[in-house]
Design a protein. Structure first.
Length: 733
């Protein structure tokens, strides 16, 4: 008797398993040209090509995008030391206020292809395409493989269903507006998302291995390395994935508890090593031989980890941070469960969160208790038996269900942990952070819907699919109504498709296979119509500065409390205008075609929201005799410095780092550098160089204001174009 025949009774009799029994009428009905492996590969390639076009076409319209990081990439292209440490300037005065891993990739690209928009932004787009691909393979493997390689008509249908479910999940991820925004931008979030999705894939691969099978520890170590490099990309945000990864491995792994614990410890060590080597080097290198650590008061990487860029984001105690409205900590909006549903974030990420929660809950219930048995019964060297097993011992079907459950835990668990972190963090919060939710939303929707679809003969599964579709459709109509105008056409499409799709899914056991699949297609139309429109709007709009948003609505639903740039709800017009490298604007990109009805937020953060406007006269002045100085100029704040540095191509000192509040340099150090003729000009700025908006700093160093006062008292000012400069090599006034 064949292995498949012996296993069939076990697989059929487990209510929680994704079965591999003889094909049903529906399975046979899908046996057409689009079910083969070749077409699956072609369709995946087409999806990735389309995503690549969405993320790449028109990138140069954003100019330098985030000039703060573009200047660091330019510095890295000129100095290997600046590249390694993530320095803001090639003279290695101060670093950016983040770890440098994402800058290594951009810097190498700029070294290879020159300082231009494409060299800076294309790596981010390619990271986005790679993340979509990894998520696809993760979902497909969970649904179709789960460590079993039986080749039967039923498992071929299972692979086909897994492929299309994974395609849907990848589409949800790729078309979420915040993903489109950030994979077209040079912030660290793109690389972070890619690394965390890789860690999820590696963990789920490890969980497939049984006692006596090799490879589990290797895959967990790779997951740890991915999270470790995620830490070197955006610090503690990378750790949000850990709870779900640990629980998923514990649930799905068919290894003994002793080996599970050793495997997880090995992954922990790998994570610490992957992140710790750089921290150790930075802390051990003498301060005089490396740049100052941006975002700190003590020039310590560890301070950045535990303060301004770490726990400070949770507690709101961020020394040196700049907050909107001039009201101190807590000005980044009210916290609470509804935070992402009442501000600008709502149209950037929440489209399918209700559906994800509904489908995850129903899917976990459908998988049954057998999926959890690996937690209570350690395995011996024989992973399972198809017959004659001891009471309570997991079966092969339980193991398959456990793999699916593990995938849901990783996706839904990380989504929930990340969501709760963003909603309750009292420190700096930007709406674009929500890109960290997008792969997990896509994965949860795909896995939850696939589990319900495979069990659609059960009423609870059909109700789950129908309710999720209706909820998504209703929410899409509401979000599109915030934009109004032409967007209401999309609302109508989402509404009609959602109602029809939900009806067909609810009756999936009574209608024919073709109508049931039509219900799935209509549900996808309802789910993706709004996000697709918002993503196309986002991709066709130039984005610049430190604070950016996606879609046509910049601050609807009365949100944006204290958030920079919160304003009226936008119409279909989009955000601002594009700029070519070297031409900059001093304000945050604003939504064109604004309409009434949305309540604005607090005042913008001025220069933090855009690049510095550099006149041709100022560029000529700074570039003259530039090779005779270490820095052609010094100015308060990294964003101001970045504009001049990118315009001239020469190092510009960012006094006080990103916010102008770091203790670098002190007044005494600055005087010494001036006496050594290492700085040519001082460029004046408003409010410490941080722009004209209503802002205040959360304590931090006063060195920048002391330097400004000394320069004004010691040297004569002159105006070049619209720029006030002080020649630090001239005689004192």
């Amino acid at each position: 008797m064949s292995t498949t025949a012996r296993l069939a009774p076990t697989l059929r009799n487990s209510p929680g398993a994704i079965t591999a029994t003889a094909p049903t009428r529906d399975d046979r009905a899908v046996g057409s040209w689009w079910t083969g492996r070749g077409f699956r590969g072609v369709s995946l390639a087409a999806l990735l090509a389309a995503v690549g076009c969405l993320y790449i076409i028109g990138l140069s319209a954003s100019g330098w995008a985030n000039s703060f990081y573009s200047a660091a990439a330019q510095a890295g292209s000129l100095s290997w030391k600046a590249l390694f440490f993530g320095s803001s300037d090639a003279a290695n005065f101060i670093t950016v206020d983040k770890p440098p891993a994402f800058l290594w990739i951009i810097g190498l690209s700029v070294r290879s292809f020159g300082v231009n928009s494409w060299a800076i932004l294309v790596p981010e787009a390619l990271e986005g395409v790679a993340a979509v691909a990894v998520l696809y393979f993760t979902i497909r493997r969970v649904l179709a493989r789960s460590g079993f390689r039986d080749v039967t008509p039923a498992t071929n249908a299972l692979h086909n269903h897994a492929h299309w479910a994974a395609m849907a999940g990848a589409l949800v991820f790729a078309l979420t507006p915040s993903a489109t925004l950030m994979f077209r931008y040079n912030n660290p979030d793109a690389l972070l998302v890619l690394l965390l999705v890789i860690s999820a894939y590696c963990t789920l691969r490890a969980s497939e291995k049984a006692e006596g099978q090799k490879g589990a520890r290797k895959w967990l170590i790779l997951a740890g390395v991915a999270v470790g490099f995620g830490f070197l990309t955006k610090m503690m945000q990378a750790l949000l994935v850990l709870p779900a990864l640990v629980v998923a491995y514990a649930v799905a792994s068919r290894r003994s508890w002793g080996r599970k614990i050793l495997d997880l410890l090995a992954a922990l060590v790998a994570m610490v090593v992957a992140a710790g080597w750089y921290i150790a080097i930075f802390e051990l290198v003498p301060a005089s031989s490396r740049p100052y650590m941006g975002g700190t008061q003590t020039n310590s990487f560890l301070e950045l980890v535990f303060g301004y860029n770490g726990f400070g984001r949770i507690t709101g105690n961020e020394t040196g941070a700049v907050v909107p409205g001039g009201t101190g900590a807590g000005s980044w909006g009210s916290t609470g469960l509804t935070r992402l549903f009442i501000g600008t974030s709502v149209g950037m990420v929440t489209w399918l969160i209700p559906a994800a929660l509904i489908l995850a809950g129903v899917a976990v219930a459908l998988l049954g208790r057998g999926a959890w048995r690996n937690l209570t019964v350690p395995f011996s060297t024989v992973p399972f038996r198809s017959s004659g097993r001891r009471a309570g011992q997991p079966s092969r079907a339980d193991a398959r269900s456990a793999q699916t459950l593990a995938g849901l835990i990783v996706m839904a668990g990380t989504m929930v942990v990340t969501y709760l972190t963003f909603t309750y963090m009292a420190g700096i919060y930007h709406d674009y952070y929500t890109v960290a939710l997008t792969p997990w939303i896509g994965g949860t929707v795909a896995l939850g819907a696939a589990v319900c679809w495979r069990r659609r003969r059960r009423l609870v599964a059909r109700i789950g699919l129908a309710v999720a579709t209706l909820a998504t459709s209703a929410w899409a109509i509401y979000l599109l109504s915030l934009a109004g105008g032409a967007w209401m056409w999309l609302a109508g499409i989402a509404g009609v498709a959602g109602l029809a799709g939900a009806t067909l899914l609810l009756l999936a056991d009574r209608v024919g296979p073709a109508l049931a699949r039509t219900g799935v297609i209509l549900a996808l139309v309802a789910a993706l119509t709004g996000p697709t429109g918002y993503s196309i709007n986002t991709a066709s709009t130039a984005h610049t500065g430190a604070i950016i948003t996606a879609g046509p609505v910049s601050g609807g639903m009365g949100g944006g409390q204290g958030r920079p740039g919160g304003g009226q709800g936008g119409g279909p017009g989009g955000q601002g205008s594009g700029r070519r490298p070297g031409t900059t604007t001093g304000t945050q990109n604003q939504q064109a075609g604004a309409r009434t009805g949305g309540m604005g937020g607090g005042g913008g953060m001025g220069g933090l929201n855009g690049d510095t406007q550099v006149s041709s006269a100022a560029k000529t002045l700074l570039s003259a005799d530039a090779s005779s100085y270490t820095w052609v100029a010094a100015t308060i704040g990294s964003n101001t410095a970045a504009g001049y540095q990118l315009a001239t191509g020469y190092p510009v000192m960012a006094i006080g780092g990103y916010n102008g509040t770091d203790n670098a340099p002190t007044l005494a150090q600055f005087k010494q550098l001036v006496a050594q003729h290492k700085i040519h000009y001082y460029i004046a700025g408003d409010s410490g160089g941080m722009g004209g908006g209503q802002t205040s700093s959360s304590s931090g160093s006063s060195a920048a204001s002391e330097i400004t006062a000394w320069v004004k008292a010691t040297y004569s000012a002159k105006t070049v174009g619209s720029t006030t400069v002080y020649d630090l090599t001239s005689s004192a006034s």
